[in-house]
Design a protein around this ligand. Structure first.
Ligand SMILES: [Zn+2]
Length: 288
């Protein structure tokens, strides 16, 4: 199961208590994927253009408890009128009157996601989108997201209108707004884990590369000093350089500070570094 279908399954189980919210959600579902027709016997057919069984189940449940629309419906039935009023001609956005309350805006987004939304697995990347059947609906989804301070953007892909959210934090917030609480927790856990392990990885990489640099510098110096020794050059050096060279040969793992303290008289880090650099330079000149 994908993360996206987990979210939809969870959202399908959320049945709003308040009638206003149910109306908002069914209006949203009908706008995004509802189909109304008349069959050969003059009966009205209501359907949903989807392959998702959770949407179909939820759609019919909402129709039944909100408008008492069950199995059979005639075009003269008053329930049909209310449904048509709600849906409009399909190119309109959902009526603003239905979406006045924050609770109803949440229901609108929930319906829209169930009907047309998808979401990538959070461990792969952050992308949530709605495929919108009209410009008006795309603008409406963007606006309702903005009402919850969620930054959604509109684009076109292969002739389809897409409203999408890219930032992990905003996607988490949208799951929360739609009422997918379990998915929200899973998503946030994954996001936090990812952020933390990215930071840790960065730090480890950084430290490893610093250590590598130190090791490389120390082993190069040691090589240079051994080279001088092999060519019988150490004993002819001025005392401070000779002392530093033997100090390093005898203590290959000592830090610069430790090595400095072994000198007589002791010198600081930069003092010992200077001596070692001069030894390396002598070795380089001899190699030429
Ligand atoms: Zn409401």
């Amino acid at each position: 199961m994908s993360f996206s279908s987990d979210v939809k399954e969870e959202l399908a189980e959320v049945i709003p208590q308040a009638r206003h919210c149910r109306i908002a959600e069914i209006a949203s579902i009908m706008h995004f994927s509802g189909q109304i027709g008349v069959d050969g016997h003059g009966e009205i057919t209501v359907g949903f253009n989807t392959s998702g069984s959770s949407l179909i189940k939820k759609g019919f449940t909402l129709l039944e408890i909100t408008f008492n629309i069950g199995k059979s419906l005639k075009s003269t039935d008053p329930e049909f009128e209310s449904l048509l009023d709600l849906v409009g001609d399909g190119s309109d956005p959902v009526s603003g009157l239905i979406l006045k309350n924050a609770c109803c805006k949440r229901a609108f987004l929930r319906g829209a996601f169930l009907a047309s939304g998808s979401l990538s697995d959070p461990d792969k990347g952050y992308h949530l989108e709605f495929i919108c059947p009209s410009e008006a609906l795309a603008d409406q989804v963007t606006q309702v997201c903005a009402d919850f301070e969620i930054n959604a953007r509109k684009t076109e892909r292969r002739g389809e209108l897409i409203v999408y959210v890219k930032e992990g934090e905003m996607i988490g917030e949208l799951l929360n707004v739609m009422g997918a609480m379990n998915s929200y927790m899973d998503f946030e856990n994954c996001r936090i884990y990812k952020d933390v392990s990215n930071t840790v990885n960065r730090r480890v990489n950084c430290e490893t590369s610093n250590i590598r640099k130190t090791v490389t510098a120390a082993s190069r110096q040691l090589e240079d000093i051994r080279f001088l020794e092999e060519h019988g050059m150490l004993d002819g050096l001025p005392a401070p350089l000779r002392e530093a060279a033997y100090g390093r040969l005898e203590n290959p793992d000592a830090t610069l500070q430790e090595l400095g303290e072994m000198m007589d008289p002791p010198v600081g880090k930069s003092g010992i570094n200077h001596r070692l650099a001069r030894l390396s330079k002598l070795a380089q000149e001899k190699r030429k």
